[in-house]
Write a protein of this length. Sequence first.
Length: 221
Amino acid sequence: MTLRSDALIAVIGPTGAGKTTLVNRMSGVNFKIGYGLQSETQQIQTAKCTLDGQRVHLIDTPGFDNTEMADGDVLYLIGTYLADIYRSGRQLTGILYLHSINSNQAGIQNIRILEKLCGDNAMASVTICTTMWNNVSEHVGAEREQELAARLWNNMISKGATIRRVLDPPTEEDMAYATKLCLRKPVTLDIQREIVDEGKSVFNTKAAWALGCRGDAFWRR
Ligand SMILES: Nc1nc2c(ncn2[C@@H]2O[C@H](COP(=O)(O)OP(=O)(O)OP(=O)(O)O)[C@@H](O)[C@H]2O)c(=O)[nH]1
Ligand SMILES: [Mg+2]
């Protein structure tokens, strides 16, 4: 029997969307979560766990719109980490993009970055996970979800991205979904190709241009 290698799933999204909470709940680790307005996660951290016999590394990332770091620095951390993975011959099987349904911010900038970071060919590996359903009435949440899907996430959905409501704690269906993600076809993101295959710096990638950070962040380094 061939042993399947550990799956890699990245958890990305705006600060406070519940990324670390989800990683903790799924893996049983106890990474620090935020309580106030301040962003919590400042580094990439990975949690190993086993989902239905499949070993997986959940990659928790610092959020965009961070109170402690510029978005360019967040992108730098995520981009270099993803490039290192690809360089070492490993690939992601899923990208979870978290969005709080309780937020009245659409997160346009975040979506633009995500689209460029992944690229069209990887879009089918993206799941847009809406969180904080227990902080909003079902009616209001559902309306927001519909509007976001029609006006902001439509491009990603048309390229194969999936939307999913995730409860806290995740349900058995959520865990089963994550298990299935581990078994999906490994994918290469545009930012990984740009950095590793094309030799670009993080600040010359399409994601950096979408962020508009190239000038500032590039010259600071
Ligand atoms: N009601 C509710 N609260 C949640 C949910 N997920 C996370 N939270 C709370 O939201 C706060 C922020 O959660 P984190 O997991 O730290 O968010 P994060 O996305 O990792 O934030 P950064 O590390 O700053 O990027 C914490 O107080 C969590 O308890 C959820 O689904 N529902
Ligand atoms: Mg966090």
